[in-house]
Design a protein. Sequence first.
Length: 172
Amino acid sequence: MMVSTTSRWAPIFVAAIAVAVAGCDGKPKADQPAAKADDGSVLSPYLAIAETLAQDSVEGLSESAARVTAAAKTQKTEAGMAVMLESAGTVGTADIAAARTAFKTMSAGMIEYMRAHPDKQAGHILVHCTMTFEGNGGRWVQPKGKVMNPYEGAMMLHCGDVLDWAAELPET
């Protein structure tokens, strides 16, 4: 009895398709940091915004921005909170370029806050991408792990250099 080449390779082909499709569910992959569950802090919704932008999405930005506002209002006197409150009103737009620009401002506030509170730095890194915003650069905070660029998304997802929390910050 002769077995056709097509039927011999069919199970391998089907398995390869199944593996490829399983990775297309839109959920964060192993190399993407997952934002912390909402714990009422300003950091959790900030990280959710960064993750959303890194995925080239605006879905849920307004909700996360509202959570940033609510948390920042409870800490108004803390370093960076005024900047975060100012930018939270504009980060929740459907225009991803405008959202990323607002997130750059929000990140300046978050970095100021994190530098003033070294106890909050554990498990997080400070990242700088020199190439974003037409070469003017951008900084952000994210969970430790693979760099996930919220300013460039898929175009330059892993572009960025980790900075020391105490280092002099590059201009952006």
